[in-house]
Design a protein around this ligand. Sequence first.
Ligand SMILES: C[S@@+](CC[C@H](N)C(=O)[O-])C[C@H]1O[C@@H](n2cnc3c(N)ncnc32)[C@H](O)[C@@H]1O
Length: 222
Amino acid sequence: MPKNKLQRFAELRTFQNVHEFLFDERDHNFKLKGKWSNGYFKDEKPIVLELGCGKGEYSIGLAEKYPNKNFIGIDIKGARIWRGSKTAQEKNLNNVAFLRTQIEYIEKCFAKDEISEIWITFPDPQPNKEKKRLTHLIFLNRYKNVLKPNGIIHLKTDSAELFEFTLETLEENKLTKIYSSADLYSESDFGDNWAEATELKTHYEKLFTAKGKKITYLKFKL
Ligand SMILES: C[S@@+](CC[C@H](N)C(=O)[O-])C[C@H]1O[C@@H](n2cnc3c(N)ncnc32)[C@H](O)[C@@H]1O
């Protein structure tokens, strides 16, 4: 590993706004499970997750826009979390934190009803591994165990295949679709759901839209 990366990994462990829950801890629950409000944020604001947050630009953007909510960006890549954490510190944002873990461990990290909303932003579409897709029923059932009743899930992706797969999963399991668009930026219906989905772009979304790729969006409940 390059020296710079090693230094960043060591530094990451000293950052107050970064938490880790890694493979060797999987037999236990994370110490903040059920305690994120009182034990970390020290308030009762609703908690919103971004799954696969990368360098955290979207979580940070949402945290700036919505000071009345708390945000947690989750990703397994330490170097990316390092960047997000640094930016949040530079901006003095106390309503955003980062969790370095596998999304597969979400129920080990959060208690029932602890989460109000989930954003899944540009996840790997996993073309050959359906069960690894972050909107596979296996994952939706995990989210159900941490989301409040009526908690919202948003999916933004450039993958038409993942978008269609998720729509089918919702239909097959009689889950509630609130809004969907197969081409978000070509819509002519500028309702509240559209506005919510377009007010901020993630890092990958900026790259994909610059290349003229269609962005799909799906908002649903479990
Ligand atoms: C394509 S990037 C998208 C980053 C960001 N959401 C954006 O839109 O700019 C996908 C991110 O998801 C993370 N990721 C993918 N699968 C994961 C998993 N099972 N657990 C944790 N992180 C995961 C990757 O490390 C990567 O940073």
